[in-house]
Design a protein around this ligand. Structure first.
Ligand code: G3H
Ligand code: 13P
Ligand code: ZN
Length: 319
């Protein structure tokens, strides 16, 4: 069942974080749903601009609708990840998305507010929630590459004004994470003092942590042993992830880890089965391994086991 992102956050706040997983294809969708059903967890399925353009956004949306039928017990929100104004408006008007992220974090403060507010006004008119971003994450995304030097932690002194003037429903904060497989390359670490101060200024306001892949070292080792080249890949520790969930971070974004599972499974499989060229046997292995990864991550986030309680909460909220 596709539900409101806001209700998922209300249920989770201060207790656990909801995993927001990026998907691009059918195998990722199946693995994600299976992993969340196995661990009895609510979740957010998120689609980036790049994912929408990879095959076709209509294909992804149709596959998600189909998964909703295949897994009738699943409870999840559908979210646009790192949208610009145009893609946000497209998703808002489609009627399919629970929430959109407007990422105007590269803009100066006033311009960020101006763009975010326009998206919020359009979104709220259609019952869609909006995630905005303040501060600038380091790392590489499809359309932006931010060097560590240009990355900028969220300034807690700005958050109240930003949320008040934009009307956004959740806030992505830069607290030292970065996108991709090479986090904390310099001396940085996670700045929990920034999260704590933001949560103090915005009581019960849902916060979002991007760049939260753990880049499991065993995954990296296996990829490199099977011919990959990911020297020094590093992520956010699992203990930091579960700590964030207790401090008011209700959404934890994970994409890179899913790509690493995909890479490891395919490298190892074709190395061990050089005679094979069929996509289905390996697709099955990937779906099972991705489901396993997701279920394990939901345990870390604390969302595992919350499904029945969330169902009840949403039923009562709807009256
Ligand atoms: O933060 C960005 C996500 O990892 C999405 O990546 O734009 O390559 O789909 P993508
Ligand atoms: P990772 O690159 O750490 O998986 O972060 C994903 C993300 O923030 C998606 O918005
Ligand atoms: Zn992100």
């Amino acid at each position: 069942m596709i539900v409101s992102t806001k209700l998922l956050f209300e249920h989770a706040y201060g207790k656990y974080a909801v995993g927001a997983y990026n998907i691009n294809n059918a195998e990722q969708i199946m693995g994600l749903f299976r992993g969340c059903m196995d661990s009895k967890a609510p979740f957010i399925i998120q689609i980036s601009k790049g994912a929408r353009a990879y095959t076709d956004k209509r294909l992804l949306e149709a596959m998600i609708r189909a998964a909703d039928e295949i897994f009738p017990d699943a409870i999840f929100a559908v979210h646009l990840d790192h949208g610009d104004e145009e893609s946000c408006m497209d998703c808002i008007n489609s009627g399919f998305y629970s929430s959109v992220m407007i990422d105007a974090s590269a803009e100066p403060f006033e311009k960020n507010i101006e763009i975010t507010k326009r998206v919020v006004d359009a979104a709220h008119a259609k019952g869609v929630a909006v995630e905005a971003e303040l501060g600038k994450l380091g790392g590489v995304e499809e359309h932006v590459s931010v060097s560590e030097a240009d990355a900028k932690l969220t300034d807690p002194a700005q958050v109240e004004e930003f949320v008040k003037r934009t009307g956004c429903d959740s806030l992505a904060c830069a607290i030292g994470t970065s996108h991709g497989a090479y986090k904390f390359s310099g001396t940085q670490g996670l700045h929990f003092e920034v999260v704590e101060e933001i949560a103090r200024r915005l009581p019960r306001f849902p916060l979002v942590m991007h760049g939260s892949s753990s880049v499991p070292q065993d995954e990296v080792r296996r990829i490199n042993a099977a011919g990959g080249k990911l020297p020094g890949a590093k992520g956010v520790s699992e203990s930091d992830i579960s700590k964030a969930g207790k401090l008011g971070v209700t959404k934890i974004n994970i994409d890179t880890d899913g790509r690493l599972v995909w890479c490891r499974v395919h490298r190892e499989y074709f190395l061990e089965h050089p005679e094979n060229f069929d996509l289905r046997p390996i697709g099955k292995v990937f779906m099972a391994e991705y489901a396993k990864y997701i279920a394990g991550k939901n345990e870390i986030l604390g969302s595992a086991g919350q499904l029945d309680s969330v169902r009840e909460f949403i039923k009562n909220a709807k009256g």
